[in-house]
Write a protein that binds this ligand. Structure first.
Ligand SMILES: O=P(O)(O)O[C@H]1O[C@H](CO)[C@@H](O)[C@H]1O
Length: 289
């Protein structure tokens, strides 16, 4: 196989991801088939796991560390509904200064651990006028805005051991998992605040201007956030099934006369309000998939 040119923006070799995965496999007896990535303020999902093995990111060879309030920074292995799971309590964002390959580093490690399904969660701003704060949106699609600007995590040398050069993204969010999520949400009493829509990722960390929100609405986005999409692209590249869930933590401002201002405190407050519903939903989902 031809080596990546030294100028390649792809920072990690197969062997580096493998080193991390092998270290984790040597340090836990769990063999997870399901990975959960916790969004801002949603780290409580990891507390659902029983028989836990917890690894702070700084102890894991080659793992990045997370710096955002609401993201604890540890990998939690454990059992939920009789299934082995691994949970990222704290994700990495492009705006923290990590390059796009580092943001997605854990996803390839999950693949090498033997994970088959990834449940990705996030806190997001509601663009769709009919959405309310506290709604849960099942992702049916995304808009990869940083990807439009060349920040796609698959740019650079393609290692065929992870996946093909030109992966399809029209089926990024698994249809069957979405159906299970809808059904489970109904059963768990979440049907009254359930949505299904399109998530748009922007690089952040500044929240959107009013004109930007109007533009995203015109593009057909229902929610906006600063994460998730790079992780999903890398997960799909290596054939993992993906379910995405956004919690609408705030409504974006689209009115020049509004006194509302997006802020991370509101985001975290809303996650606290919905944390039990989300935990119930994810827990039962895992039993149903
Ligand atoms: O996407 P998660 O990590 O849930 O967090 C969301 O909340 C933060 C902004 O309040 C941003 O990081 C945004 O992406």
């Amino acid at each position: 196989m031809e080596a990546a040119p030294s100028t390649s923006p792809c920072r990690y070799s197969y062997e580096e991801y493998k080193e991390t995965a092998d270290w984790l496999l040597a340090h836990t007896k769990q063999r997870p088939k399901i990975a959960i990535i916790c969004g801002s303020g949603l780290g409580g999902l990891a507390d659902l796991l029983g028989d836990k093995a917890v690894f702070p990111y700084e102890d894991i060879p080659r793992f990045p560390t997370s710096t955002v309030p609401g993201h604890a920074g540890q990998l939690v292995f454990g059992s939920l509904q009789g299934r082995d799971c691994v949970c990222m309590q704290g994700r990495f964002h492009f705006y923290e200064g990590y390059d796009i390959h580092t943001v997605t580093y854990p996803v390839r490690v999950f693949y090498l651990l033997g994970v088959e399904t990834v449940i990705v969660t996030n806190a997001a701003g509601g663009l769709n006028g009919s959405y309310n704060v506290g709604d849960i949106m099942i992702l049916k699609d995304h808009i990869n805005m940083p990807g439009f600007a060349g920040q796609n995590p698959l740019c650079g040398h393609n290692d065929i051991r992870f996946g093909e050069r030109f992966p399809c993204m029209s089926d990024a969010y698994d249809r069957d998992l979405r159906a299970v999520a809808r059904q489970t949400a109904e059963e768990q009493g979440c049907g009254g605040f359930l949505q299904e829509g399109v998530y748009c990722m922007l690089a952040g960390p500044s929240y959107e201007t009013i004109a930007e929100c109007k533009l995203l609405q015109m593009l057909g986005a229902d929610c906006v956030g600063m994460s998730t999409v790079p992780e999903v692209v890398v997960a799909r590249h290596c054939g993992l099934r993906v379910l995405g869930l956004s919690l609408v933590t705030n409504k974006v401002v689209t009115d020049y006369d509004s006194a509302e201002k997006a802020n991370h405190e509101e985001v975290l407050r809303t996650t606290q309000r919905r944390t039990q519903d989300l935990e119930r939903l994810v827990s039962q989902l895992i039993a149903n998939i």
